[in-house]
Design a protein around this ligand. Sequence first.
Ligand SMILES: NC(=O)c1ccc[n+]([C@@H]2O[C@H](COP(=O)([O-])OP(=O)(O)OC[C@H]3O[C@@H](n4cnc5c(N)ncnc54)[C@H](OP(=O)(O)O)[C@@H]3O)[C@@H](O)[C@H]2O)c1
Length: 320
Amino acid sequence: MKAVAIKEFGGPEGLTVIDISGRAPAQGQVSIATEAIGVGGVDVVIRSGALAAYGFREGHVPGGEVAGTVTAVGDGVDPAWVGQRVWAFTGTGGGYVEQAIAPIAEVLPLPASLSAVDAVTLGSSGVVAHFGLSHACFSLGEAVLVRGAAGSIGIMTVQLAAKVGAGAVAVTTSSHERGRRLRDLGATHVLDRSGEGEADAPAGYDVIIDVVAGEDMPSFFDRLNPNGRLVAVGAVGGQPPADFGTKLMAGFQKSMSFATFSAATVAEPARRAVRMEQFAAAGRGELQTVVHEVLPLEHAVLAHQKMDAGEVFGRIVLTP
Ligand SMILES: NC(=O)c1ccc[n+]([C@@H]2O[C@H](COP(=O)([O-])OP(=O)(O)OC[C@H]3O[C@@H](n4cnc5c(N)ncnc54)[C@H](OP(=O)(O)O)[C@@H]3O)[C@@H](O)[C@H]2O)c1
């Protein structure tokens, strides 16, 4: 079967189409004929080689989020799954393939109203958005800033915060056009990447959901209200400066909090319940999935070039 692997760490050209033999699902696993494969930010980081110290090797097949039809089940899995359309999390790799393997615990049936492409746009990001907000103890009426809102996590966070009844939903983005689209999704204020650019934006925020981190992260502590919480859910801008804790302590009188959030720490039944609810909401048109582009699997290099160029608003999806 066709797959895409990292032949060489570095730029997108290090990705290559290969032919591999599929394997039967092991105990507790299913095999899925993929219809749609999400291109995640973490795939790009792994491809760059930045995570080599964490055990990622050249030859790795990237991709963690797929949707398609179950074709076979391993021991211990109900054979009734065969033929079902599903969304699945394959882990930190193994998704850029025609036939993916996933543990049954990470497989969800797709409602008939949701396409495979929409499912891989929403499946992971919606859960990060939902639990990221709850990790920040977000509550009704509070002012929220979503930093790095133009990606799939930010887009979902904006929608959820607006729906739940945030007092304000500000976003950072690098382009007017993206700002316009984010307003359509529920943003009330559009700021530039440094958090400036709109005179009537709130002076402070109760919650900042930060997809970016990086060198500028500590400057956003200044934008927290008393008792404000900044939760880092991503690090597309790299690591914050090593002394960022000093900046946090400088705001001691404001009782600010900083936290990281990873969906991996959410118990699987809770993730599943929220995902099911979000799939249903998307099927009813109550949550928008934003698909930047759908490309054939063999164009994974182009997909990664677009990711590297910062061109992507929402999600790029590959189809085998
Ligand atoms: N917490 C979890 O459980 C979890 C799960 C999956 C993934 N992640 C993490 O989430 C991140 C990917 O999220 P995503 O796909 O939503 O993001 P993304 O699409 O990669 O980036 C979001 C936006 O951030 C802005 N941006 C990019 N680089 C920037 C920089 N250097 N400074 C300021 N803004 C910058 C860009 O928008 P503008 O150009 O418009 O500013 C970009 O569209 C990764 O770090 C990944 O590891 C976390």
